[in-house]
Design a protein around this ligand. Structure first.
Ligand code: F0G
Length: 461
């Protein structure tokens, strides 16, 4: 018999979580104006709001916390991180930042200042904050993801891929000086945690080189992407994750990274560069926005913990258990007839709310309804990836309806067991069973002018 995967660690310290009663949860979610962000975390039994900054650090990472060197400049912890960035990512220059979006801010300030008018940044479904930093500067983020990514019924091993023809078309129609960079997000969060193949990375790199355009990764989940290359792409089955990561990074000029995901730290980020000139330019903005070059908005101890996290997340056994757990939840859901996006991504399972609530109009936010009902049912918190998140059109102020209404269940790293996964799937199955008896969704009673989903207030219709 082939042995199944098992977590390559055992548990030394536990954090208690408590159940609430159903009637408590009904009251709590109403007091929270039906916005899951407004709940107190202690009133959530299993928290799948995000996989960002919610991972469990290892004993080696906690040891680095104690060893943290808090010197303002040139701290030992900085050099430990520098060593990891050099050996794992093979990037000669890097800047620490306090999180991923801070790295994006420094990068886009370096590339275009506040003068992004007419500039175009192609990519594969840019993450919200990346898009925010591009659009806030007056530039445009152009999505060149392959069409297969937007059909949940199509089985494609690399739904994060860029459509080369779409990218070539952008290059053809846009003067070179108007394209400061291409951003390739690995894995692609916005298309469901879907990976990008090595073949695609290579081809995008060649297109960019030929056009003289800089190519960066948004590398938040780079290790999970490498895992999918190993298990799905021909020619990589016998390579180690670390070898695959090195090859991936050999095709790009640098990266931004939210270290709160595959860095397995609670806070942190970085910018890495191959080109010294671009790095030098970015240094000024890092000092202005983040902190000195060798700490960049982080404590020395955080740098040390990240240096270890990067090594641990690029181990095959860890990734097999990590992505295996996400797939375990996906398979359980499928078994219960819960409509989930396939193939399963690296960090989350996405439930198709339009199939759970076909009778609820999109104006009543069916994915939010699913999130609220799952909380009431089981004390599990996910996040809406649908019309509330997509927000209103800035000009017409009408709701913008995205292609899908999804509830994202993001799994924190090394935190929950498969019994928790069983519990989540059972909770969803119970919601599915009574879905047709739920007759209506929500109406907005208050919302912010932008990024409304964080703070929106809702009422039941
Ligand atoms: N890029 C990607 C692909 C992300 O998923 C995130 C964050 C960021 C950049 C920004 O990084 O949070 O450290 O500033 N994603 C989180 C999530 C918030 O829940 O998916 P950050």
């Amino acid at each position: 018999m082939k042995l199944p995967y098992a977590e390559p660690y055992k548990i030394k310290s536990v954090e208690p979580i408590r159940k609430t009663t159903r009637s408590e949860r009904e009251q709590l979610i109403e007091e929270a104006s039906f916005n899951l962000f407004n709940l107190r975390a202690e009133k959530v039994f299993i928290d799948l709001l995000t996989d960002s900054g919610t991972g469990a650090m290892s004993q080696h990472q906690w040891a680095e916390i104690m060893l943290g060197d808090e010197s303002y400049a040139g701290a030992t912890s900085y050099f430990k991180l520098k060593n990891s960035v050099e050996t794992i990512l093979d990037m000669p220059y890097f800047l620490p930042t306090h999180q991923g979006r801070a790295a994006e801010n420094v990068l886009f300030e370096t590339l275009m200042g506040h003068n992004g008018d007419g500039k175009i940044v192609p990519g594969n479904s840019h993450f919200d904050t990346t898009k925010g930093h591009i659009e806030w500067r007056g530039a445009k983020a152009v999505d060149c993801t392959i069409d297969e990514a937007f059909d949940t019924t199509v089985d494609h091993p690399f739904k994060g891929n860029i459509d080369l023809a779409k990218l070539a078309d952008v290059f053809e129609k846009t003067p070179r000086e108007q394209i400061p960079i291409v951003i390739l997000t690995i894995t692609c969060n916005s298309s469901g945690g879907q990976p990008v193949s090595m073949e695609n990375i290579k081809a995008v790199s060649k297109l960019c080189k030929d056009a003289g355009v800089t190519l960066f990764f948004d590398a938040a989940r780079f290790a999970e992407n490498a895992y999918f290359i190993k298990i799905r792409e021909k020619g990589y089955e016998n390579k180690t994750i670390k070898e695959i990561v090195l090859e991936m990074f050999s095709y790009v000029d640098g990266c931004t990274m939210s270290a709160k995901k595959d860095g397995i730290v609670n806070m942190g980020g970085l910018l890495a560069f191959r080109n010294e000139e671009l790095f030098r330019k970015a240094c000024t903005f890092n000092i202005m926005f983040e902190g000195y070059l060798t700490y960049g908005g982080l404590a020395g101890r955080d740098l040390g913990a990240l240096s270890v996290g990067l090594c641990e997340s690029t181990e095959f056994d860890y990734l097999e258990a990590r992505c295996g757990q996400v797939a375990y939840l996906g398979a359980k859901c499928r078994e219960y007839g819960i409509p989930v996006q396939e193939p399963f991504g690296g960090h989350a399972i996405f439930v198709d709310a339009l199939k759970v609530f076909p009778h609820i109009p999109r104006e009543q936010y069916p994915a939010q309804l699913l999130g609220v009902e799952l909380y009431i049912e089981a004390g599990v918190r996910g996040v809406e990836i649908g019309t509330l998140l997509a927000d209103r059109d800035p000009v017409t102020r009408q709701d913008r309806f995205p292609k899908l209404e999804l509830l994202r269940l993001a799994i924190p790293r090394r935190v929950y067991t498969n019994s928790h996964m069983d519990y989540i799937a059972a909770g969803l199955a119970n919601v599915l069973e009574r879905a047709s008896s739920i007759k209506s969704g929500f109406a907005v009673t208050w919302e912010a002018p932008i990024m409304r989903h964080f703070t929106v207030k809702l009422r039941r219709i």
